[in-house]
Write a protein that binds this ligand. Structure first.
Ligand SMILES: [Mg+2]
Length: 305
């Protein structure tokens, strides 16, 4: 059986509103050869249908909702499996609301079991409401741990991790973070990939541009991992991490020939070295999962009784 691919999107297929060179050919070869693949994204804002349309407009046709698995879908599956009767108060966009709705998880602004935090849609009013829900006993769940997400090479936006961190600070409660690198995300993605392939692929490879999410998650899930340098990671920083990718590629363009012929490339180190590409120079922790602060619950104020 063929190799199956789990593929990150931002920094791998596109950056801002432009395709990464060779990405359209890469996806075309995956489709043409019947290679099993699934796009895996921590962005909980879009639905899979939104993502298929976006890629079509960027010049990658032929994709359908079944080719995408988002952290919002992962969150809805997690709740369905672990607490099927639960209710939720949500700070998030259409992709998260739709995923929860499809799983028949009810919205509850009075006494929810969970506050679910995704990308976007945070207003002070919603945050205050979520804070009240947590004080009344709701547990805090975030779709993904990203504090910030790249918008362009010079610009970022706040991510779900930052919103969850706000509520962690105000409530003294610690959030549980789904999405990459959480093992549940990889476990469910592998299952979905096997369903698409009508059987578990012999090898599963995660392709991504971010060490803390894509590569760490793949290593912990026992998968192969290919790091591409077309996104947020610079070659000279890879040695800082205890977990390492199986291969380092300049971009997914390096895989086109390999997928076409079905023969594994032996360029383990690829032509990636010495590239001066589009790289983020943003400092600061990008992901909540690598932060060990905020562990202590906030003491209750004396005046509550
Ligand atoms: Mg990425």
């Amino acid at each position: 059986m063929k190799t199956g691919y789990l593929i990150d999107m931002d920094g791998v297929i596109y950056r801002e509103n432009r395709l990464i060179s060779g990405a359209a050919d890469f996806v075309h070869q995956l489709l043409a050869t019947g290679t099993p693949f699934l796009f895996l994204t921590n962005n909980s804002a879009p639905t899979p249908e939104d993502l298929a349309v976006r890629l079509k407009h960027l010049g990658v046709p032929g994709l359908a909702a079944k080719h995408f698995y988002t952290s919002a879908m992962n969150t809805a599956e997690f709740l369905t499996e672990n607490d099927p009767e639960c209710t939720v108060f949500v700070i998030g966009e259409g992709g998260l609301l739709t995923a929860l709705h499809e799983r028949k998880i009810a919205n509850d602004a009075i006494r929810p079991h969970y506050v679910v935090v995704g990308e976007g849609a945070a207003t002070m009013e919603r945050l205050a409401k979520a804070h009240e829900c947590i004080e009344r006993g709701a547990r805090l769940l975030a779709t993904n741990p990203d504090n910030w997400c790249p918008v362009s090479s010079e610009k970022t936006r706040p991510g779900a991790g930052a919103t969850a961190a706000f509520l962690e600070a105000s409530s003294g409660r610690r959030a549980y973070y789904l999405g990459k690198p959480n093992g549940y995300m990889f476990h469910r993605a592998c299952k979905k990939l096997a369903d698409l392939a009508l059987g578990t692929p012999e090898n599963i490879v995660m392709i991504g541009d971010t060490m803390e999410t894509d590569i760490r998650g793949a290593v912990e899930a026992g998968l192969h991992s290919y790091l591409v340098l077309s996104g947020s990671t610079q070659l000279e920083n890879i040695g800082d991490y205890v977990y390492q990718p199986t291969r380092i590629l300049q971009s997914v363009a390096d895989l086109v020939e390999e997928i076409k012929t079905g023969k594994a490339c032996d360029r383990l180190n690829s032509p990636a070295f010495g590239i001066n590409g589009l790289h983020s120079t943003k400092s600061g922790n990008r992901h909540q999962t690598d932060i060990f602060a905020f562990h202590k619950p906030r003491p209750r104020p004396a005046m509550t009784k």
